[in-house]
Design a protein around this ligand. Structure first.
Ligand code: HEC
Length: 118
């Protein structure tokens, strides 16, 4: 009895993780980036991802849940200091008091190295 419950739970877990991974947002660092730098950037990228979800996704993602798509911004669009005042929505919704300059930098790292949508 216990054994079958365990097997069943195991199968459920497998199904859930493989399904979730199909839509997982991932990163792409340049191949010439050295290992220690990559490790550091990955930490920042992960933080930026969380901050993006909290502060930007509601306006910029298309789709929801596992089907959410983060847009591919161009490097020209990813200039944090200009971004804050680039349009009225940003002026009202992402002021310094809500998203600090440091946080905006992390979000830029996330968006910059996010793997491009197909
Ligand atoms: C309240 C809604 C809203 C929020 C929150 C928001 N944005 Fe925007 N964003 C807009 C609108 C509206 C535009 C202008 C139209 C467009 O390009 O979609 C825009 C434009 C942009 C652009 C393109 C700028 C350009 O020069 O073309 C980038 C990049 C961007 N946003 C990033 C972000 C980031 C990063 C965050 C979170 C820190 C964020 N946005 C939060 C609404 C929002």
């Amino acid at each position: 009895m216990y054994r079958s419950i365990l097997v069943f739970t195991g199968l459920l877990l497998c199904y859930n993780t493989s399904h979730a991974q199909r839509h997982k947002i991932t990163y792409e660092f340049p191949p010439e980036m050295s290992e220690p730098i990559r490790v550091e950037y990955l930490k920042q990228w992960e933080k930026g991802k969380v901050l993006y979800e909290l502060n930007c996704a509601q306006c910029h993602n298309t789709g929801t849940g596992r089907k959410a798509v983060v847009p591919d911004f161009t490097p020209e669009q990813l200039k944090g200091y200009e971004l804050r005042v680039s349009n009225p929505k940003h002026e009202s919704d992402i002021p310094e008091t809500r998203v600090t300059t440091e946080e905006l930098g992390l979000i830029m790292t996330f968006l910059y190295y996010k793997k491009k949508n197909k």
